[in-house]
Design a protein around this ligand. Structure first.
Ligand code: PLP
Length: 455
């Protein structure tokens, strides 16, 4: 086994890490974190620290770490057939079985699943499908995509544009012109504190309608949104948001893409966020919870309405010119099958709802009255604590104080991994869906101790 100092040196000399302060890392200002093993909700690093991972990696290890059933399924598939492509109608038992398992769980109006590798490429696929759809329908001008400020849809060229967070645009010449950002459904950050939740929903709808009016409905192809926002701050929508938005989209013949990369397969306590909030999407993006990150795999689930036009398109112009070498990779598919079986056997969707609501109440009991806690919000096992300098006026801390990252650093010292979200002083929790009530309480206790030591 390599020595830690050797690995640390090679890491700094050779490894270009994503979403990292490259200069600080290369200079060795922060020690490399080398993760060695995982079991249940815990991971262990090279220094022997056992940490409760209350963010499930990047909210993806939904069934928890160390599941031997999935490891075995991957090994068996690798021994039998590690790879064959899915072009021109090829498949494997694993990829075909998985497509049926996904459709069995998806909303009734869904028709087929296209497989990719991760959430970003799945959303790139979705936008291409939406453009293809409108070209086949003879509406070449109908191409702009509306997303929301603070939405997160990936880091590709188009998906980085759809993402509504400044960090992902800065110095990359994004967003593209054909992407429009509308109001985030973030009631805590409403423009006027006097607005009721219903007023704020009307405000979001009015913003959307004004945008459609200004741009022209005949130039807008689709609206993309996460049922409950993730990276933008872990924000469940205000009551009635999706019920108010959908008729506007329908009226203007704008397709709805539900980005369920985080919410798909149980995180909110329902199999899909679409089901949870009554969203009738035309396309659903899935990734993370599909395999619980045991192997990379994503999907674009398309509705009957979209599929009919795609079929018409290939009748008119020949095979669809879109494919990845690793679409429907058999190892990813085998991992997903074993993962979805576990989700069912362990009742993890229900557990996310039950333990999630206990977790949020316990956090509110512990920190709800703290003078710097602005809001504790959650749905299932997606929860956030947002900090403010002044509760009454909802004045935020100056970002240079780095309150969020400092609290996350304290939490780590107290044995819990949570995520300081990229915009605002928000600590996000999205633990594996197998979290127990006792483990939820451990997180709450560690958070209370950490907050007390910082504020
Ligand atoms: N969509 C959502 C809602 C996400 O949260 C993410 C990643 O966090 C993505 C898309 C991008 O997925 P990936 O990082 O697998 O490309």
């Amino acid at each position: 086994m390599l020595r830690n100092d050797q690995l640390d040196q090679w890491d700094r000399e050779n490894f270009f890490h994503p979403s990292t302060h490259l200069a600080q890392h290369a200079r060795g200002e922060a020690h490399s974190r080398i993760i060695e093993t995982g079991s249940g909700v815990h991971i262990e690093d090279r220094d022997g620290n056992r940490l409760l991972d209350a963010f499930a990696g990047l909210y993806c290890v939904n069934v928890g770490y160390g599941r031997q059933e999935i490891a075995e399924a991957i090994a068996e598939q690798a021994r039998k057939l590690a790879y064959y492509h899915a072009y021109v109608g090829h498949g494997t038992e694993a990829s075909i079985t998985l497509s049926k398992m996904i459709l069995d769980r998806a909303p009734d109006n869904m028709s087929k699943v296209y497989f990719g590798l991760g959430g970003s490429d799945a959303n790139e696929t979705n936008i291409k499908l939406v453009w293809y759809y409108n070209n086949i329908l003879g509406r070449p001008e109908k191409k702009k995509i509306i997303s929301r400020w603070r939405g997160y849809h990936g880091s590709g060229l188009m998906t980085g544009s759809l993402t509504g967070l400044e960090l992902f645009h800065k110095k990359f010449d994004l967003p593209f012109d054909n992407v429009l950002h509308t109001e985030a459904p973030y009631y805590f950050r409403r423009p006027d504190l006097a607005m009721s939740e219903a007023d704020f929903v009307s405000h979001c709808v009015a913003e959307l309608e004004a945008m459609i009016e200004r741009e022209g409905a005949d130039t807008i192809a689709a609206f993309i949104g996460e049922p409950a926002m993730g990276t933008g701050g872990l924000v469940p929508p205000p009551k009635g948001y999706w019920q108010a938005i959908q008729p506007v989209l329908k009226k203007h013949d704008i397709l709805l893409i539900a980005d369920e990369v985080v919410t798909g397969f149980g995180r909110l306590g329902s199999m899909f966020g679409s089901e949870h909030y009554g969203i009738e999407a035309d396309i659903i993006t899935i990734a993370k919870g599909l395999t619980s990150a045991y192997a990379p795999l994503s999907g674009s689930i398309v509705s009957n309405k979209v599929w009919d036009v795609l079929m018409k398109g290939t009748d008119e112009t020949g095979p669809i010119g879109h494919g990845w070498t690793y679409s429907a990779h058999p190892i990813g598919a085998a991992a997903a099958i074993a993962n979805l079986k576990l989700v069912d056997e362990l009742n993890l969707v229900e557990n996310a709802g039950v333990v999630g609501s206990h977790f949020t109440s316990a956090m509110r009991d512990a920190l709800g009255d703290h003078p710097n806690v602005g809001e504790i919000r959650g749905e299932g096992l997606l929860m956030a604590v947002e900090f403010v300098e002044d509760r009454e006026t909802r004045r935020f801390f100056d970002p240079s104080k780095k309150i969020g990252p400092t609290i996350a650093g304290e939490l780590l010292k107290n044995g819990v991994i949570a995520r300081a979200m990229p915009q605002g002083d928000i600590i996000g929790f999205a633990p594996p869906l197998c979290l127990t009530g006792d483990e939820a309480q451990q997180i709450v206790d560690a958070m209370t101790k950490s907050v007390e030591s910082v504020l």
